[in-house]
Design a protein around this ligand. Sequence first.
Ligand code: GDP
Ligand code: MN
Length: 402
Amino acid sequence: MNIHEYQGKDILKRYGVRVQEGIVAETAEEAVEAAKKLTEQTGTGWHVIKAQIHAGGRGKGGGVKLAKNLDQVRELSEQIIGMQLVTKQTGAEGRKVHKVLVAQDVYYPGESETKEYYMSVLLDRTSGKNVIIYTTEGGMDIEEVAEAHPEKIHKEYIDPRVGLQGFQARKIAFNLGVEGEAYKEMVKFVSALYKAYDDTDSAMFEINPVLKTSDNKILAVDAKVNLDDNALYRHKDFAALRDTNEEDPLEVEASESNLNYVKLDGNVGCMVNGAGLAMATMDIIKLSGGEPANFLDVGGGANAQTVEAGFRIILKDPNVKAILINIFGGIVRCDRVANGVVEAYKNIGDIRVPIIVRLQGTNAEEGARIIDESGLKVYSAVLLKDAAQKVKEVLAGQEQQA
Ligand code: GDP
Ligand code: MN
């Protein structure tokens, strides 16, 4: 589960990581109040207005702006709240901004230069360890640094059983070239960041930039956090951090019915039981000239209700031109699935797209018979090859009509 920058920074603060202070706001008025409060707390006169969406690259897309007085705070907040922000990570349609983080300006001039670094902690599945990735080239796209200067990207692997060792934190601070007070601050920063990542069972904490201020403090200016969905049951309070505005509405609906659904941009909707079979089915759809409109795993215990919920979700996608249902009847018998399909079809009514149902396994023939005798515009197939052929014919037929 992804969370917003302001939520990530709240978690970091709890673990003693110094952050660029900020207050979240949903209206320009709230933003001005937030700015006044921040001035009291931090003494800053300048503020940055930062769009809160679950995507990076906001600065370049116009979602991070510097305000030098309260009028500008109001003006820029009005501009950013409600905008459709397009960044490298949002896709062309962008994301609507519902909230801004009003943050203290931390790039103030002082005794030394400010300097931006990059640091992330994530799970490295290959080594079965956590890894801290860091570089002196902060503030820019890490992918670009990796391409242009791969030698400048450092990795420190951490055995999760023993945790981050003191010498590792010191090595990181040393490699980043920080000295004196900033060196001590960086060691503390790394240790606290790792603890935040570890304690929250996160999949990733990415801080870009980590900033050395002109008075030698080290702080997190940005926070991109991905909490591990599989560990959320251990952190009940994290449920409140979910922002369904940032998720595809169909995916939200699917998760409410306990369906594993990922929207894609093709034209053939598919409903399958089991993730592996779903992947194979998507391959077959591609091989037969279609493009999968979604990934949908209804799970092992599919029944009439799950089939109906899946149907409804697939049908809400306007791109869907045909639906392929591919169910292996192991635990669930094919005749029950067939009855479920027929029932769901009747309940929903007015289904205009052709549906190809392929049932294999226990009572497969019985299932096919139920579909064939239902009188509905549903095609049955026992072999996947036949189902794929049917999809091809249906799509070709539609092209001719168009
Ligand atoms: P991202 O573009 O989504 O990664 O958002 P960031 O939070 O990383 O901010 C983008 C950029 O805004 C940073 O790299 C900084 O250059 C700039 N920025 C962030 N905070 C401040 C600030 O307090 N003062 C100034 N002057 N610039 C800032
Ligand atoms: Mn950033």
